[in-house]
Each structure stands twice: as C-alpha cells, then as structure tokens.
Design a binder for this molecule. Sequence first.
Ligand code: B1M
Length: 209
Amino acid sequence: MAILDDISAAVQAGKRKDVEELVQKAIDEGTSAQDILNGGLLAAMEIIGPKFKNNEIFVPEVLVAARAMNAGTALLKPLLVESGVKPIGKAVIGTVKGDMHDIGKNLVRMMIEGANVDITDLGVDVAPEVFADFVKDNPDLDLVCLSALLTTTLPSMADCVKAVKETGAPVKILIGGAPVTQELADELGVQGYAPDAGSAAAKAAEMLA
Ligand code: B1M
C-alpha cells in the first residue's frame, strides 16, 4: 500500500511531522492500526536497524528516525489498545550503577519500544537492588535490559544480573554496551547480548517471541 511505504520512508528520513500527517491520513482512510504499525512504522525500523549496524547511518539519523517513529506510534496507541493489539512483552532498561552514560541506552530503549515492547526506563546509575525491586514489583515483566559503557562498571553489571536472578522471577536478561561481549553474556549466564541498538531490538523481539 503506497501510504504505508510513504510512512516508512518518512520515518527513515526522520520527518516527524510528515509521519504524524501520514499516519493520521492512513487512519482516516480506514487502514487498520495494526497494518500501519507493521507495514509502515516497524517496516522502517527493519531497514534502519541493519543500516545502523552496518555504519551506513549514524546516531543522529537513528535518533531522529526513532523520534519520528515514536510520534507515529503515539497516534496509534489508543487504536491499538482499542483493537486489543498488545505489546509483545514488558521490559525494563537502565545503565548500571556507577555508570552515567545514557546516549546508547536511550537509543536501545527507543528501538526496543519501536519493536512494540512496553519498556520502562530506570535511567542511569541504577543499583542492583533497584532492578531487583522493579522485577519484584512487576510480576508480568518479561525482560531486563542492562547497559554499561565503562570497563570499571562491568562488575556492577554482574551484580545487577545476580540481584535479578536472586528474585527468582522468570525474566530474561539482555546486556550490551561498548565493553560488553557475547563471552561476558555467557559468563554471566544471561540469555541475550546485542552489540548495537538495531540488534538489541531484534534480539529483544526474538527473546520475547
Ligand atoms: Co565517557 N567514556 N566517561 N562520557 N564516553 C567512554 C565510554 C570512553 C570509551 C572514552 C575513552 O576513554 N575513549 C571511556 C571508557 C573507557 C573504558 O572503560 N573502556 C569513558 C570514560 C573513561 C569516562 C569517564 C570515566 C571520564 C572521566 O570522568 N575521567 C566518565 C565516567 C562517568 C561515569 O559514567 N561515571 C565519562 C563521562 C562521560 C560524559 C558524561 C562526558 C559523556 C556521557 C554523556 C551521556 O551519556 N549522557 C561521555 C561520553 C559521551 C563518552 C563517549 C565519547 C561516547 C559514548 C556514546 O554516547 N557513544 C565514549 C567514547 C566513545 O564511545 N567514542 C566515552 C554513542 C552511543 C550511541 O554508543 O554508548 O556505545 P554506545 O551505545 C551503543 C552500543 O554500545 C550498544 O548500542 C548503542 C547504540 O548502538 N548498547 C547496547 C549500549 N547499551 C546497550 C544495551 C543493550 C544492547 C546494546 O542491551 C540492553
């Protein structure tokens, strides 16, 4: 459908106003919220993710695209709720204790949100007990996402993983950040690692499937 391709193109170009206008037009023309989400907004993310991963586009482009995408999702949200389309899962994200870096974490959050996941952001410098308390307070939580940018905060990431595991809740854990590797994920016994925001959204969707 041409309008869905136009929505996808506008998201990729980061044209927030165009996205809002086109999504509203599609709604007014009777296109279902589900089709707009899958065929327009999420279709754009499927193109942006790999491009970012392959260094064809960079942080500023991804940020504006994610913002444009979120503007479109905001218009669809009430309709999706009405038509019973549920997010694919519930997640929480934060940068681990001692670490104040949040640019990458914010990108990851936006991309995961774009994959239709209900995600809460606990911010930066998040202590293990804060993650653990959130897990305990939210029994319907599926996924805990931990970000670390400093080699010195990798032990803090390990503490967060330990605290979440000790709650005994059946949540999965996804980790990432510049010094984080698949080897560390294996060592910590977590279910997921992603090297960048696009892969994190794909991995989260895979882990929630
Ligand atoms: Co800091 N810093 N910094 N810094 N900083 C780095 C990370 C550093 C590599 C710079 C360097 O020395 N070359 C270095 C770390 C060295 C190391 O430990 N290996 C460093 C240092 C040492 C420090 C301080 C200690 C400096 C000091 O005070 N002496 C200090 C620490 C403060 C603290 O956290 N306690 C510090 C402070 C800061 C600022 C506050 C000035 C600022 C942060 C601002 C902010 O975030 N609001 C800052 C910045 C901006 C950087 C650099 C320049 C850029 C980081 C960034 O935002 N990159 C960085 C050097 C660099 O990377 N060139 C550096 C862009 C972002 C999109 O990428 O964050 O990697 P990134 O996120 C990626 C992936 O990592 C991944 O996806 C993201 C998107 O693709 N990812 C995940 C991230 N989280 C994920 C989670 C996932 C999956 C993927 O699943 C849940």
